[in-house]
Design a binder for this molecule. Structure first.
Ligand code: XIL
Length: 379
């Protein structure tokens, strides 16, 4: 449950150690041997050029045991450039919306599995992993939860959430390898935010801090004991009051054997994040969670810009590069995921008015400087 590294079979190589994937290494050796035993009268073997570096984010990241992820939506899979870019460049996908409570469980006894099932099938057909998002959040809830016909009591709400988690995690048992079980529970001081699942009315643990998170983790673990379970939040990238709260929770859960596998750092940022002091604090932060035996996933990275001038795109490329390099230097950082991959479908313009251009591919699926800097750093 607390495994630190994701395994990649024959391509498993140490972080910062040997650099060639297994297949490339075998070819290289075979070519070298062929050159040595050519049987010609000349005794000078023909030098064999090294193989080219891996040409996609997915393959390059694999040599570091890091999964390259993207948020995705089943509605776009019929668009051929969307599907081919996603499957070629990424080794993991996460439904951007389709597994959220309101979408997957729109009525008390109705589950809408078609969209997320299509994403899971696409991932399986392309050898990609699926990260589930999310089970417990106070946003994108259905009306039957937020405006019930008779008011919730902690007991009835507890039963509803327990049923939801058992159904959804059970449906994807063995198919979703990791879940954001609880999303965005902390406030800026590292305390639990007031919300339906905690104290309004809550599932029975109002005033007991992280106890409702513990309960949700236990339900998810019961439904799929092999799934990795995460708590995910924003503004917890560096060491600060909020990430301190998350760390205190993690330390407590690890000490008491609560089934937590890691934490998710959302990473909705702009290039002003990219300072030496923030990068250093990020490294320390990942390191302290890693020292607990936990994984750290970068879950929703995007680097929003106010325009697409060369200067902005260059600053963005530098930001992506600096972040992947921090991840590669930290063994606990096992997933590097962006919130979508093409500017065509980014959530940024509608949620951060005046901003956009946040992802590694532009709206025509052309590779941006950010893509090139990521690939180069991974090679
Ligand atoms: C966002 C989606 O990208 C939007 O399409 C949707 O309208 C709102 O939610 N933190 C999260 C994500 O954990 O689920 C959010 O996704 C972005 C912020």
């Amino acid at each position: 449950m607390h495994a630190l590294k994701v395994s990649f079979g024959s391509a498993a190589l140490s972080r910062g150690g040997a650099l060639m994937p297994g297949a490339a290494l075998a070819l290289f050796v075979a070519a070298g041997l062929a050159g040595c035993s050519s049987g010609s009268s000349s005794s000078t073997p023909t030098p064999t050029p090294p193989p080219p570096p891996p040409a996609t984010l997915r393959l390059a990241a694999q040599t570091h045991n890091v999964l390259m992820g993207s948020a995705a939506d089943s509605g776009y899979l019929s668009e051929s450039l969307y599907a081919s870019t996603l499957s070629t460049e990424y080794s993991q996908l996460e439904p951007e919306n389709e597994m959220k409570f309101g979408l997957i469980h729109p009525e008390p006894t109705t589950y809408a599995y078609a969209g997320p099932d299509a994403l899971v099938a696409f991932a399986q057909a392309n050898g990609m992993k699926v990260r589930g998002h999310n089970l417990v959040w106070d946003s994108q809830l259905p009306d039957w939860v937020t405006a019930p016909t008779s008011p919730w009591t902690p007991a009835t709400l507890n039963a509803a959430l327990s049923d939801h988690i058992a159904n959804v995690v059970g449906h994807y048992k063995g198919e979703v390898y990791a879940w954001d079980v609880v999303n965005e529970p902390f406030d800026g001081n590292g305390n639990i935010r007031s919300q339906i699942w905690y104290d309004s009315p809550g599932i029975g643990y109002a005033g007991q801090g992280t106890k409702f998170i513990e309960q949700a983790l236990n339900w998810a673990h019961a439904a799929d004991p092999a799934a990795k379970l995460f708590v995910n939040d924003y503004s917890v990238e560096t060491e600060n009051a909020k990430s301190d709260g998350m760390y205190a929770m993690a330390q407590d859960f690890v000490n008491r054997g609560v089934p937590l596998s890691g934490v998710g750092l959302e990473f909705h940022i702009d290039p002003t994040f990219d300072t030496a002091s923030n990068l250093n604090s990020l490294s320390q932060n990942i390191q302290r969670f890693g020292a607990l035996g936990l994984e750290v996933h970068i879950t929703e990275l995007d680097v929003r810009l106010p325009d697409d001038t060369t200067a902005s795109l260059t600053a963005q490329a530098q930001t992506y590069k600096d972040l992947i390099n921090v991840c590669l230097a930290q063994k606990a950082c096992t997933v590097f995921q962006t919130w979508g991959f093409t500017d065509k479908y980014s959530w940024i313009p509608s949620f951060f008015p005046g901003y956009g251009w946040a992802l590694p591919f532009d709206e025509n699926y052309a590779k941006k400087p950010a893509y090139t800097s990521l690939l180069t750093a991974l090679q």
